[in-house]
Design a protein around this ligand. Structure first.
Ligand code: SAH
Ligand code: SF4
Length: 346
């Protein structure tokens, strides 16, 4: 029998497994504490399991599906980028961000949800890889386990903003988010887990209807449909106007917090864009997050610092709640939209 990844178990699947193999159900909780709270990397350390059980688990399961191949640390801001190899010889990247530059403040892991991405956004490096496959739940979770082990720090924030479109891999992503959130899993508050989508409307609706407690980030990036289509092909199938209508209908009865992400290029930060942004949403629980375009292998122009400042001032003068995402890790290609799973020469 080929070995399975044990971190693919949801809690209930682990309970079922132990019950079906003649063990007590509370073993599931013990297993989760070992895997996530204690970050065990071998069954041998699970000393409250009998030797027989440890040996059986060892035969049947693999704990860590990823192998760390490279760790780059930014000299500018301490942001770290990790390159991992999967068991089938593919590469994914994750980023560890010290948001205030220290080890004690907000510590974010930006996780990948797919190998490559099929959404084809023009400004994104991951799009250039094309699509290889979805990540399994275990491969998503192991990014956190590995980074916690290597850095010796427990991240308290997670963003699904690495490689891939999380809603194209909905089931595995939600299972991973739930385990990140469990008190005997990684124990990260649901308010500190953010799932970012390019705008798959059916899945946004499903996410809200299923009362998923996580934050939602939706990448808008253009206020005019015809223009958005040019940069984000997803606009053809799911026009943003329909998504904002859906949010208007569904959000009042839900608890989700929504952020609209807006990557600033030279050609989408005119005062008219700010005015259209103002009209598009009833801001309250919706916030706007603007991100300077990261440099990449595309012929798009990065706006100058004073152009960015002007745009932000314009938004603020309209009372739009806006935050600016600092572009951390840019010297290690660890900034937004720069992840390609490529091995970089140091
Ligand atoms: N696929 C999801 C999540 C991964 S991308 C999504 O698109 O939302 C995470 C964020 O990075 C998105 O908001 C995306 O618009 C942004 N991004 C992509 N390319 C970028 C670039 N070159 N510079 C800055 N941000 C970028
Ligand atoms: Fe995929 Fe997001 Fe990149 Fe678009 S921006 S190609 S959806 S990873």
């Amino acid at each position: 029998m080929s070995q399975r990844f044990i971190k693919n178990f949801s809690f209930h699947e682990a309970v079922d497994y132990f019950r079906e193999t003649g063990e007590k159900e509370y073993r599931a909780k013990q297993l989760f504490i070992w895997l996530y709270e204690m970050n065990a990397d071998s069954f041998d350390v699970m000393t409250n399991f009998s030797k027989e059980l440890r040996n059986r688990l060892k035969k049947e399961f693999i704990i860590s599906p990823l192998t760390l191949r490279e760790r780059l640390v930014s000299k500018k801001d301490g942001t770290e980028k990790f390159l991992f190899e999967t068991r089938d010889g593919q590469f994914i990247e994750s980023v560890f961000i010290r948001n205030d530059g220290s080890d004690t403040g907000r510590l974010t892991v930006c996780v990948s949800s797919q190998i490559g991405c099929q959404m084809g956004c023009r400004f994104c490096q991951t799009a250039k890889v094309g699509f290889r496959r979805d990540l399994q739940t275990a491969e998503i979770l192991d990014q956190l386990s590995r980074i916690r082990r290597v850095t010796g720090l427990k991240n308290n924030n997670v963003v699904f903003m690495g490689m891939g479109e999380p809603f194209m891999n909905y089931e595995n992503v939600m299972k991973a988010a739930d385990i990140m959130n469990y008190s005997f899993g990684f124990h990260i508050s649901a308010r500190k887990i953010t799932i970012s989508t390019s705008g798959l409307m059916d899945h946004i609706e499903r996410f809200i209807d299923e009362k998923r407690p996580y934050n939602l980030a939706i990448s808008l990036n253009d206020t005019v449909s015809e223009k958005r289509k040019l940069y984000m092909p997803v606009e053809k199938k799911y026009p943003f106007a329909k998504i904002s209508k859906l949010l208007r209908e569904k959000l009042p009865a839900s608890k989700n917090r929504v952020t609209i992400e807006y990557v600033m290029r030279k050609d989408n930060i005119k005062p008219e864009d700010a005015a259209r942004l103002k009209k598009m949403f009833k801001y309250g629980r919706i916030k706007l997050n603007v991100i300077p375009l990261s440099r990449g292998e595309y012929d798009l122009e990065v706006p100058a610092a004073d152009e960015i400042d002007d745009f932000i001032k314009e938004l603020e003068s309209m009372n739009i709640p806006v935050s600016v995402r600092k572009s951390l890790g840019s010297d290690i290609c660890g900034a937004c939209g720069q992840l390609s799973g490529k091995k970089y020469d140091l």
